[in-house]
Design a protein. Structure first.
Lengths: 351, 320
């Protein structure tokens, strides 16, 4: 027990403390756990719950689009399928949220596998434009069978996630942290245990070259689609039980665009980017509800400005200021260090 | 959520009125004719939009998702000038087309041109622009359903079917516009330089073509087509600020189906999807909800067999 404790402490000292961005992420997670000490206003907690849910959603989009290069504009497919599955199971069979959410996530995985059918044949912009179709096909289906799916009004009076707002906040936070950690591990290009991160980036950069290096690109694409669908499905299930209403808005194009905007704001192809984007932009849009008339307009204009003037995203921009890779051993260092913390090589070569 | 229910692109109620109080069998012939006319009209509008979309993609690799937002903007201009301010019809049409084209070119110059290399960023920017247009329209005109007055009133009798003169006018305009577009692209010097730029930007540049200007002109032409489409459908549809969503999806489907950048493919794709939609609306119960879904299913199905679309070209060297 003491030994594991010491090992965890050693890992913390060696891997998190010297790298500023990791330290910030760690402190932020701790802050989120302690947040209810500051206030337990239901409105604030509600916003934080949705921030957690959408953070999972945005990171799952980033995994698919940023890492694997499958720029999907139909990510709401997974979200919506899962939300509807959870809602239907809950309403018709009275199944509790702890079971409906995994069921929804599995439905999202199945959605990912369905999306694979065109995705494995289409490339680039053809793929991007085709993905728009899938959630809209589903919207048509939802409207055609209003008796089952609720049609325009949607499905309502779902079981809440848990009895109190505070406990559902902790549920969402833990699930979000666990999912994001899993996706981070999967997409980590430097990991020595799981190679998926490196392979996915290879597929994104040049699929033909990846195939010549004996990478089974099709298998890895299927994996990334189902994993992304799974986590987006978790987000959808949590959303269904938090919102307690599931309508076609979960499937609309706008819902696919939201995670994209957050991810681009924070920085694409980095796990912390979408989280930063969500944490920053989602509460902002909520507070902008005070002036509802110009909310979306401001949002759209902010997006245009970010893409035009900060194309790499805010998170990546900050990280590049704070961190520097050692030119010899490729270890991440704080940018104010002179020498690498492991191999002692000078970091700033250009000076 | 709201715009799925009420048919936005064209006023189908014409055909529903026609069904009322008559027996089905007698009117089978009429129904076929009605389907034909509505199908041609829908397909024509889609073809106009799809050609514009396809043109600017082919020449500058821009996926302009604000395309149908501009089309909607033109329709709103008609409402503003013709209906609210009461200007002369010809004047308001000219103003609407000019202003929309101008705005499209301004958007190109300031929002798309600086990030021309990043395809994904262009998608994001144009979506944002479309949302911005939607919100601005929402501020000025509110979310109410508006319908401008028709340019010409009255009906035309054609083989026993009454068609409103506005529909006939729209058909004629679309027909001549498509012809003119083909003429411009395949028989004029500008058309040659546009097609050369579409085929190979660097070679076009070497041949002394000002690629940047050709891109701007193409953007102008593409928005012009959208604007004319918007102006023509304004009187026969119901305007609301979410009007751009549904046609955008169909136009993307048309263009992907026909092959990105191919004019011929866009026209044929537009006719396939336009007629599918019309048939679904006429034949299936609850068809107006399913029309988009079935059209998109057809696209996915065709892409299964031809991933590059019907007339698309695979760019081997680009390694997409």
């Amino acid at each position: 027990m003491i030994r594991t404790g010491r090992r965890v402490y050693k890992a913390f000292q060696g891997e998190i403390l010297p790298v500023p961005w990791r330290l910030i992420s760690f402190l932020f997670a701790v802050f989120l756990f302690l947040f209810p000490l500051i206030t337990i206003q239901p409105y604030v907690l509600r916003i934080l719950i949705f921030t957690c849910i959408y953070a999972i959603f945005a990171v799952s989009w980033d995994l698919l689009a940023g890492y694997a290069g499958q720029t999907s504009l139909g990510h709401s497919l997974f979200f919506g399928i899962s939300a509807y599955t959870a809602a239907l199971l809950n309403l018709n069979f009275g199944i509790k949220p702890w079971l409906t959410i995994p069921c929804g996530a599995i439905a999202g995985t199945v959605g990912g596998l369905i999306l694979c059918i065109p995705a494995l044949r289409l490339r680039g912009i053809y793929f991007t434009l085709t993905t728009i179709a899938f959630p809209l096909i589903l919207i048509g289906v939802v409207h055609t069978f209003p008796k089952v799916t609720g049609g325009e009004l949607g499905l309502y009076t779902l079981t809440p996630l848990s009895s109190s707002r505070l406990s559902s906040y902790y549920v969402c936070l833990v699930v979000a942290l666990a999912s994001i950690l899993a996706m981070w591990k999967l997409s980590d290009g430097k990991s020595k245990i799981v190679r998926t991160g490196l392979i996915l980036q290879a597929i994104r950069e040049d699929e033909i070259a990846a195939r010549t290096l004996a990478i089974n690109t099709i298998a890895f694409k299927i994996v990334v689609f189902s994993v992304s669908g799974f986590f987006a499905g978790i987000a959808g299930g949590l959303y269904a039980h938090t919102m307690r209403v599931v309508g076609t808005s979960t499937l609309e194009l706008g819902n696919s665009l939201q995670p994209i905007l957050w991810t681009l704001f924070g920085g694409i192809c980095s796990i912390h980017g979408p989280i930063l984007g969500t944490v920053f932009l989602y509460p902002l849009t909520e507070f902008l509800r005070i002036i509802p008339k110009f909310r979306l307009l401001i949002f759209a204009l902010v997006m245009v400005f970010i893409v035009l003037f900060m194309p790499e995203g805010l998170g990546v921009w900050i990280r590049n200021k704070l961190e520097k890779e050692c030119p010899r051993c490729k270890l991440v260092n704080a940018s104010w260090r002179r020498h690498c913390r492991a191999c002692g090589a000078p970091i700033h070569l250009e000076r | 959520m709201s715009h799925q229910g009420n048919d936005s692109v064209l006023a189908w109620n014409l055909s529903f009125e026609f069904f009322k109080g008559r027996r089905f069998k007698e009117n089978l012939g009429n129904m076929v004719l009605q389907i034909l006319i509505n199908g041609v009209l829908t397909s024509g509008i889609y073809a106009l939009l799809a050609i514009g979309f396809s043109l600017i993609f082919g020449v500058a690799r821009i996926v302009n998702l604000a395309h149908t937002a501009l089309y909607m903007l033109a329709a709103y201009y008609i409402f503003l000038f013709g209906h609210l301010l009461g200007l002369n019809i010809l004047l308001s049409v000219a103003l609407a087309i000019f202003l929309t084209t101008f705005i499209g070119m301004v958007i190109y110059k300031f929002c798309i041109d600086p990030i021309l290399e990043h395809e994904t960023s262009i998608v994001i920017v144009t979506v944002s622009v479309a949302i911005a247009i939607q919100e601005i329209l929402l501020c000025f005109f509110t979310g109410d359903f508006l319908s401008p007055l028709p340019f010409v009133s009255g009906y035309v009798e054609f083989l026993g079917v009454r068609i409103s003169a506005q529909h006939v006018l729209t058909l004629v305009v679309i027909f001549f516009l498509l012809l003119g577009m083909l003429f411009l692209l395949f028989r004029s010097k500008l058309g040659v330089s546009i097609r050369v730029t579409a085929q190979d930007r660097e070679i076009a540049n070497l041949m002394g073509i000002n690629v940047g200007r050709i891109c701007l002109i193409t953007m102008g032409m593409s928005v012009l087509l959208a604007a004319i489409g918007g102006v023509m459908i304004a009187p026969i549809s119901i305007l609301e600020p979410h009007l751009w969503g549904e046609p955008l999806v169909i136009v993307i489907a048309v263009v992907v189906l026909g092959g990105l950048g191919s004019i011929k493919g866009s026209v044929i794709g537009a006719f396939i999807l336009g007629f599918t939609e019309t048939l679904v609306v006429f034949i299936l119960p609850g068809g107006s909800f399913l029309k988009g879904a079935i059209a998109l299913l057809i696209v996915v199905f065709i892409l299964w067999f031809r991933p590059e679309g019907l007339f698309g070209v695979v760019f081997e060297e680009e390694r997409l």
